[in-house]
Design a protein around this ligand. Structure first.
Ligand code: C2E
Ligand code: CA
Ligand code: CA
Ligand code: CA
Length: 282
């Protein structure tokens, strides 16, 4: 029995060492990924359900590992965040997204007043002291109009320093950039911060949409978020919409903007443009 215990501990250690070295290996690979141009941004359309018009897109990071293939964003983005690499990669994301925005405007006749490009900002990236300059540089280099750019933040950004957050957001807002509060409803502090943060749009978290038909309160939460948004003068969009029945419930609760597999998965730029063309032609 003693041996078995010792073996179990040994196995545990070995497993932990493997996990640690696999993680280190991944981190190294991520470090190389930027230089080797292994990152791409996919675009997921955002739609107005009332006329099926594409009103914007969210840029989502993709990584094709040279040996292991496509990696799950949830996992490798957490690694980027924890290792601090997100600052550098985040700068690339900003520049690439702005470049795509300018391309859509100049080559694909998207209307800058009626189409926004949403970019996810990680808390660590936002906390950089020169974050505002970073955004303005990316926009300036691409020539994309400021009002086409929307930054998606989460409550995680706020926790650290509310005054600093508000200051940065206000400077960017003055320049014409707008803000979306991502994963709305999942944090514990939504209401307190919402009053003070200059956000323009609430994104109803997928978890509420997923179970909206279950009759266990999610549809009521959706209704509450929508009416709160309305009274604060904010727009609201639902994400993770996969089924027509979910969209029906959302529309019954006056949420008409949505994002989800029901309309389209995130797409590579070329495919997104084809979708754009066919929906403009309709
Ligand atoms: P998020 O910002 O909440 O992004 C929405 C996620 O939901 C995306 O997952 C998207 O592909 C997925 N999704 C969209 N529609 C549906 C649907 O109908 N059903 C389901 N089941 N899922 C749907 P993805 O691309 O795997 O990204 C996961 C998370 O990784 C994002 O969650 C975001 O937190 C982070 N992320 C992705 N791209 C970036 C980025 O460029 N920068 C930063 N900082 N984070 C990013
Ligand atoms: Ca997002
Ligand atoms: Ca989200
Ligand atoms: Ca999320």
């Amino acid at each position: 029995a003693k041996d078995a215990g010792r073996n179990a501990i040994q196995l545990f250690r070995t497993t932990m060492q493997h996990a640690a070295s696999a993680r280190l290996q991944m981190e190294n690979d991520l470090r190389q990924a930027l230089l080797r141009h292994e990152f791409r941004l996919h675009l997921q359309p955002q739609v107005d359900a009332r006329d099926n018009r594409i009103i914007g897109a969210e840029a989502l990071l993709r990584w094709d590992h040279p040996k292991l293939g496509p990696q799950s964003p949830g996992l490798f983005i957490q690694l980027l965040e924890e290792s601090g690499l997100i600052v550098e990669v985040g700068d690339w994301i900003l520049r690439e997204a702005c470049r795509i925005g300018a391309y859509l405007l100049n080559e694909r006749s998207v209307d800058a007043g009626a189409f926004s490009l949403s970019i996810n900002i990680s808390p660590r990236q936002f906390r950089q002291s020169d974050f505002v300059e970073q955004v303005m540089r990316a926009i300036g280099a691409s020539g994309v109009p400021q009002r086409m750019i929307k930054l998606e933040i989460t409550e995680g950004i706020v926790i650290q320093n509310l005054e600093d957050t508000i200051g940065k957001m206000n400077r960017l807002k003055k320049a014409g950039i707008s803000f979306a509060m991502d994963d709305f409803g999942t944090g514990y502090s939504s209401l307190t911060y919402l009053k003070r943060l200059p956000v323009d749009l609430l994104k109803i978290d997928q978890s509420f949409v997923r179970d909206a038909m279950a009759g266990d309160g999610d549809a009521e939460i959706i209704r509450a978020i929508v009416s709160m948004a309305a009274s604060l003068g904010l727009e609201v969009i639902a994400e993770g919409v996969e089924q027509q029945a979910q969209l029906d419930i959302l529309q019954q609760r006056d949420c008409h903007l949505y994002q989800g597999y029901l309309f389209s998965r995130p797409l590579p730029l070329e495919m997104f443009c084809e979708l754009l063309d066919s929906s403009l032609a309709r």
